[in-house]
Design a protein around this ligand. Structure first.
Ligand SMILES: NC(=O)c1ccc[n+]([C@@H]2O[C@H](COP(=O)([O-])OP(=O)(O)OC[C@H]3O[C@@H](n4cnc5c(N)ncnc54)[C@H](OP(=O)(O)O)[C@@H]3O)[C@@H](O)[C@H]2O)c1
Length: 277
């Protein structure tokens, strides 16, 4: 496994397992298969309502807690009482500490929530704290007026949404870049039909999905593909034995469309949509 080191010295795997929309037994089985395949980082969220199933999958796989890197997120609906939300996540995930906790969206009272995460970090309940879906302006805001800077920002990142500007600002402020939806959520299906990706898949004897996941890793971005299918879960992990060349990364870099499926956090339509959750 390749790792990145957060600015507080915490090491995290560059490849983890996503669980958005994975529910019930599908989720528990997927987590078990992921751990059996070799993943050690699992990404969940209060909003996904699957933390208990994640815990079930972890138990079934029998991996030791200290070998795992568990990530969860506080929903903006809980920002007025982030401590209670984190305590619930601990209970659901059957653990007494979390490796990384993120604020899910930069809406509602995220300052209050951030200051609670700072306390929980200092108390040793959380090893690292960060944010998610924070565009550079929100990131600079939150890191400028709080005691502890976010260690990581989780944002949609894939071939068609490479987040080059976000990455520059994250680098500038020492915040690590965690990407989500490396496969474009499987619904931006043209990404699977992209001729250059197909060509590279043939060259490396890999699938297009493996090329897309490797692309994220070679950008230096932590990535968390999701699947509930055993073969896909295993295949998506089988990307650690090759890397793309500088020239290939440059050509792939030209395919950026620079707009996320999930919309920009500052887009009013995006905010209105989020409020319906
Ligand atoms: N912070 C945030 O706001 C946020 C937002 C979105 C996602 N995330 C996190 O990032 C993780 C990954 O993102 P995502 O779930 O949105 O999208 P993704 O990982 O880009 O794509 C997942 C989709 O691709 C399909 N898929 C997976 N592997 C495949 C393969 N080898 N071949 C063909 N199809 C494949 C999956 O279907 P099957 O499951 O049916 O295989 C699923 O429909 C999430 O699960 C979540 O943990 C965070």
């Amino acid at each position: 496994m390749e790792f990145i080191t957060l600015y507080n010295g915490v090491k995290m795997p560059i490849l983890g397992f996503g669980t958005y929309k994975a529910k019930g037994d599908d989720c528990a089985n997927a987590v078990k298969w992921a751990l059996e395949a070799g993943y050690r980082m699992i990404d969940t969220a209060e909003m996904y309502q699957n933390e208990k199933e994640v815990a079930k999958g972890i138990k079934a796989a029998g991996v030791k807690r200290e070998d795992l890197f568990i990530v969860t997120k506080v929903s903006f609906k809980s920002y007025e009482n982030a401590r209670e939300a984190v305590m619930n996540s601990l209970k659901n995930l059957e653990t007494d500490y979390l490796d990384l906790v993120l604020l899910h969206w930069p809406i509602a009272n995220y300052y209050k929530a951030w200051r609670e995460l700072e306390k929980l970090y200092k108390e040793g309940v959380i090893r690292a704290i960060g944010v998610s879906n924070f565009d550079p302006d929100r990131l600079i805001d939150v890191l400028s007026f709080n005691e502890i800077k976010p260690m990581i920002n989780q944002i949609e990142t894939h071939l068609y949404c490479q987040r080059k500007v976000d990455h520059e600002y994250e680098d500038k402020y020492g915040v690590a870049h965690m990407g989500y939806s490396p496969l474009g959520q499987g619904k931006v299906n043209e990404v699977f039909d992209e001729p250059l990706v197909i060509e590279l898949a043939k060259k490396y004897n890999k699938t297009v999905q493996q090329i897309l996941i490797r692309f994220s890793i070679d950008l230096g971005v932590v990535t968390i593909p999701k699947s509930v299918h055993k073969e896909r879960i295993e295949a998506n992990f089988d990307v650690l034995d090759f890397s793309l060349t500088k020239e290939e990364m440059e050509k792939l870099g030209e395919l950026d469309r620079a707009y996320p499926n999930t919309g920009r956090a500052e887009d009013p339509k995006r905010i209105e949509y989020s409020l319906t959750w």
